[in-house]
Structure formats: C-alpha cells, structure tokens
Design a protein around this ligand. Structure first.
Ligand SMILES: *Cc1c(COP(=O)(O)O)cnc(C)c1O
Length: 232
C-alpha cells in the first residue's frame, strides 16, 4: 500500500467516526482532497483509491493538472483566492468554486462560464472572524451577495465555505464553525435551499463535522506536507 492509500483510508475512517460520534448520518460528509502543490502522479494515486473530488488553490497549476488528468473521472474544485484577471480560466476549467467573496468576480464567472457546461457550483467564502485582511465576505454583507449570485444563471449557489483562524482547541474550533452553520441556517430562513457547508481541514476536521460540515477539504492528512508552493 502506498502512503497515500494508507492516508486515504485513515482519513475516511476518521470521517466515519466523527459522523457517528456527532450524530451525523453515515455518508453525509464528503471528502475533497486538496492536491495543491502536489504533482499529478500523487493525484492519480488518490484517484486509484476511489477519490473523485480534488481541490486546487492556484489557477495556473490547477488548470495544468486538469488538462493533463481530465474531467471524465475527476471533479475539480477551485478553493484559492480569486484575482479578477484569472476568472476566465476558472470558469472554463473547474466544476466548483469555494472562494467567491465579491459580486464583481461573480459577474465575471457568470459571463465567462461556457454555455456548453453545467452552471459553476458555488460556495461563498465567509469571513467569520471579521479580519479585514482575510478573504471572505463579512456576515453583514452575505445576504446581498447570496441574492446576487443566486440571480446569475451560469452560477449555482450551493452554500458557504470558511477558513477559521487556526487554533488547536477543539471547543474554540467548534465555535467558529458554529458561526458558519448559523449563517447558512439564516440564509435558508430567507427561503434559500443551500445544502453545502465546506469547512474543516486536516487540523480541525472533527470539529467541523460536529458543526455540520458537508464537505471537508483535506490536504496534509492525505498527501503529507506540501513542498513549498509556487503561486501563479
Ligand atoms: C490548503 C488548503 C486546505 C487543506 O489544508 P490542510 O491543512 O493541508 O488539510 C483546505 N482549504 C483551503 C482553502 C486550503 O487552501
């Protein structure tokens, strides 16, 4: 067994265990393997263990991998910061975007999504700690952005994504994820039917599942430490 096969199996076990421990239905948490900074052959190793969904954070690097590995068997998610001059590449190559946080970028992705493809699946990234320097829309501005994105035909709003401040305390991790969950509940009280909470990484996956994550984004626990990233 390769290290990746072994890691994949451990991560899947940890997800099932957390589902069970926190009263989540079995299979209600899906796994996004975050492959940024890792080469294509390591993605293939994970794919050979049945993994289909992969997350990339850098546009150029992600598009190269998509072009070499294809989209028949694999589903590609863009999870990194979005520069507006890179929206076309994202709209043309990815199936999901988790990091949308402003209406200008939403309009561009909508316009640039080829009509031959299904709508781009969208999560809005929320900034729960309200740190101005961090990516993500402020909670106060979330309802307006959700309405905007919801009205764009080539985008399909599925839910929310968050990257909380890193910390090792389980209860503090839970509190931050609870804020994201509450934001989704509030949006759905306005009549939306959003079904996706993209939250939880290698270090805080269990707390995220406790608070309702439907998709965890796991890099290090599957692929090991990342070689130094080359931003594109
Ligand atoms: C890199 C990254 C991850 C994966 O983080 P790990 O700690 O390696 O599991 C998840 N989400 C986002 C947005 C990332 O950039």
């Amino acid at each position: 067994m390769t290290d990746i096969a072994k890691n994949m199996s451990e991560v899947r076990k940890a997800i099932s265990r957390a589902e069970q421990d926190f009263g989540r239905p079995p299979g209600s948490v899906s796994l996004l393997a975050v492959s940024k900074a890792h080469p294509a052959e390591r993605i293939l190793q994970a794919a050979s263990c049945g993994q289909r969904h992969f997350g990339e954070s850098y546009v150029q690097e992600g598009v190269e991998k998509i072009c070499s590995l294809g989209q028949d068997k694999l589903v590609w998610h863009f999870i990194g910061p979005i520069q507006s001059n890179k929206t076309r590449l994202i709209a043309e190559h990815f199936s999901w975007v988790h990091s949308l946080d402003r209406s200008k970028v939403a309009a561009r992705l909508n316009e640039q999504r080829p009509s031959s493809l299904p709508p781009l699946q969208i999560c809005l990234q929320v900034n729960i700690s309200n740190e101005p320097a961090k990516g993500g829309v402020a909670l106060t501005e979330l309802p307006a952005l959700a309405d905007t994105v919801n009205s764009l035909p080539q985008l399909r709003l599925r839910g929310l994504m968050a990257i909380p401040q890193p910390c090792n305390d389980f209860e503090r991790q839970r509190k931050q994820f609870a804020a994201v969950r509450n934001a989704l509940i509030q949006l759905n009280q306005y009549g939306h039917r959003f079904d996706t909470l993209s939250m939880g990484m290698s270090n805080d996956m269990r707390a995220a599942i406790a608070e309702g994550a439907t998709m965890v984004r796991i890099g290090t626990a599957i692929f090991g430490p990342r070689p130094k990233a080359t931003p594109s």
